[in-house]
Write a protein that binds this ligand. Structure first.
Ligand code: ZN
Ligand code: ZN
Length: 387
């Protein structure tokens, strides 16, 4: 069973939706126009139920199959939010809003799941219930967590969930997946170093926080190199170093460091957090300063369930004739919250030679639409076949 013919027929229509969404990016939970667009489409397809306002601006559509002897309820999830990036593509359908851009392809995800919803509502060629889930705030806001906390799984009786992300560098229309931990836990830290400010020509009368914070930045590198087992994965990145002075001749009273820790298992995460706090506090103390650490576990590790991963890979092979073994990815993905609530799997679909996601020249490849839609639809039809 290759690409479903219906999606070849719908390709132009779905591409039109995708480009409309691309022109009108919205951030985090403020996906009001996008959510209204999705809601209107789902209603026009004849979904049996359309729920709005889940996880603030999330939208859910219910599509019943022609029978329900299986009693199965399968969730399919797409994300809707864009990024605070100034688009640099010169495409005719480039963002119309300065400083906002669909640079992660969530416009493509939303459009492909809408295409699948239209097909499923037309054909109903399955025995059970399909739930299409459109979430806001994947890019750091935890929209997936909010939808789960809002009762998404129980309200619709969802038993399994599946997700998909486009992937630049993977050939257009190909798929890639792995069982077990797949995307990393994404933690955030802020370290505030407080010393004693003063005249830059009299350092002996100060406790120089730039020097203290620099020692902390270097010492944090030893978490990966000296503390964590070398065969395990960890990333500790300091991404911001901000002093309370912007003068050439003033030693700042405080320095604020920000950054992220990425890990793929709980023991490493616990170790990295404990070491980060200890290193910051003790290094500051060595120099007579203090360090106050705020450590937040933002997104958990995203773990694919083995059985559902095998099934998702089989469906990918049906659609495209192949499915690659995906590498571990140190990026975060808040579909992790849905996979913590229900078994399921997350797959990558090729986006060809586009610039990487989160790059101002990134471009979702509309040629991937039929493969993505077919995978969604085939998940439903294969998991809940009509007797
Ligand atoms: Zn992203
Ligand atoms: Zn994304």
């Amino acid at each position: 069973m290759p690409i479903k013919n219906r999606f070849a027929e719908m390709h132009d229509e779905i591409t039109g939706w995708r480009r409309h969404l691309h022109e009108n990016p919205e951030l985090m939970f403020d996906t009001h126009q996008t959510s209204a667009f999705v809601e209107e489409k789902l209603r026009s397809f004849g979904c049996d139920e359309v729920a709005t306002g889940m996880g603030r601006t999330g939208v859910v559509g219910v599509i019943k199959g022609r029978s329900d002897t299986s009693g199965r309820v399968i969730g399919l999830r797409a994300d809707m939010d864009a990024l605070p990036i100034h688009e640099a593509t010169d495409l005719p359908y480039a963002s119309k809003t300065d400083g906002k851009m669909h640079a992660c392809g969530h416009d493509g995800h939303t459009s492909m799941l809408l295409g699948a919803a239209k097909y499923l509502a037309e054909t109903r060629n399955f025995d059970g219930t399909a739930i299409v889930i459109f979430q806001p705030a994947e890019e750091g806001g935890g929209g997936g967590r909010e939808m789960v906390e809002d009762g998404l799984m129980d309200r619709f009786g969802i038993q399994e969930v599946y997700g998909m992300h486009n992937w630049p560098g993977l050939a257009q229309g190909e798929f890639s997946i792995r069982p077990g931990p797949f995307f990393a836990a994404a933690d955030q830290f802020t370290i505030t170093v407080t010393g004693k400010g003063g005249h830059a020509a009299k350092p002996h009368e100060t406790i120089d926080t730039t020097v203290v914070a620099s020692h902390i930045v270097l010492a944090l590198q030893t978490i990966a190199s000296r503390n964590v087992d070398p065969v395990k994965q960890v990333v500790v990145s300091v991404t911001s170093f901000e002093t309370s002075s912007n003068a050439h001749n003033v030693i700042p009273e405080t320095v604020m460091l920000k950054g992220t820790v990425r890990t793929l298992d709980n023991d490493v995460q616990d170790l990295a957090e404990a070491r980060l706090i200890h290193i910051a506090e003790q290094t500051a103390q060595t120099f007579g300063a203090t360090a106050d650490v705020n450590y937040i576990r933002a997104y958990p590790v995203m773990v694919n369930n083995p059985a559902e991963t095998d099934f998702a890979a089989d469906v990918a092979r049906k659609v495209s004739g192949q499915c690659n073994d995906a590498p571990l990815i140190m990026g975060g993905e808040d579909f992790a919250f849905m996979l913590n609530a229900r078994p399921g799997a997350y797959i990558l679909v090729g986006n060809g030679d586009s610039a990487p996601v989160h790059h101002p020249k990134y471009n979702f490849d509309d040629a991937a639409i039929p493969a993505g839609c077919s995978w969604w639809a085939e998940i439903i039809e294969s998991r809940m076949p009509v007797a």
